[in-house]
Design a protein around this ligand. Structure first.
Ligand code: GRF
Length: 203
């Protein structure tokens, strides 16, 4: 069974959705480590409650590469096959990305390449788009940039504010992330440039 490593900085609802799918057998994987760069992340508390390996590796005041080296060491120590960024508020150094080629995923609460960066749901809402959604993609050294695995579309309603929109996007995030993890773990895809395409079904 493959080992997942989850990196997070905040409340950890995406992590919890993944953990629920692992616990119920919908996702055939093991969560080997949950790592936060912040001691006060709700997600790290949730990981402890679930009896998972929960590590805090503080980033404050450290050069990026030094922190990344500590995180990578922990991931290797716990034999992580696939790294899942779930609200991890740090840009990974190119060195980190090279340690796990096509083995790091991120989820972003907009339809990339629209609205990368912070507060994507508010950016989309303020722009006046009629649909937004979420994107699960491979991580490369650029922010919110790597090849796309899964996107889910969420309509923007006239009655929305950016909070209600964000809440409906989050529901789709919780579905999309496990789908993307399953795709990667099953290995039934190939990467053609920026395109991730499914291999034809074997008969
Ligand atoms: C999500 O909206 C995710 O798309 C973004 O950060 C947020 C994390 O939320 N990258 P949570 O900590 O998983 O609840």
């Amino acid at each position: 069974m493959k080992n997942l490593g989850i990196l997070l900085s905040g409340r950890g609802s995406n992590f919890e959705a993944i953990a629920d799918n692992v616990a119920s057998g919908k996702l055939d994987a093991n969560i080997a480590a949950v790592i936060s760069n912040r001691a006060d992340a709700g997600g790290i508390e949730a990981a402890r409650r679930r009896g998972l390996k929960a590590l805090v590796i503080p980033s404050k005041g450290k050069p990026r590469e030094q922190h990344d080296r500590e995180v990578v060491a922990a991931l290797l120590e716990h034999r992580v096959d696939l790294v899942c960024l779930a609200g991890y508020m740090r840009l990974l150094s190119p060195w980190f990305v090279q340690q796990f080629p096509n083995r790091i995923l991120n989820i972003h609460p907009a339809l990339l390449p629209a609205f990368p960066g912070l507060e994507a749901q508010k950016q989309a809402f303020d722009y006046g788009v009629k649909v937004s959604g979420c994107t699960v993609h491979f991580v490369d050294a650029d922010l919110d940039h790597g090849a796309i695995l899964v996107q889910k579309v969420v309509p923007v309603l006239d009655s929305d504010d950016h909070h209600t929109l964000a809440a409906r996007i989050l529901e789709q995030e919780h579905i999309a992330y496990s789908e993307a993890i399953r795709m990667v773990l099953e290995g039934k895809y190939r990467i053609e440039g920026r395109r991730v395409v499914m291999k034809p079904q074997e008969r």
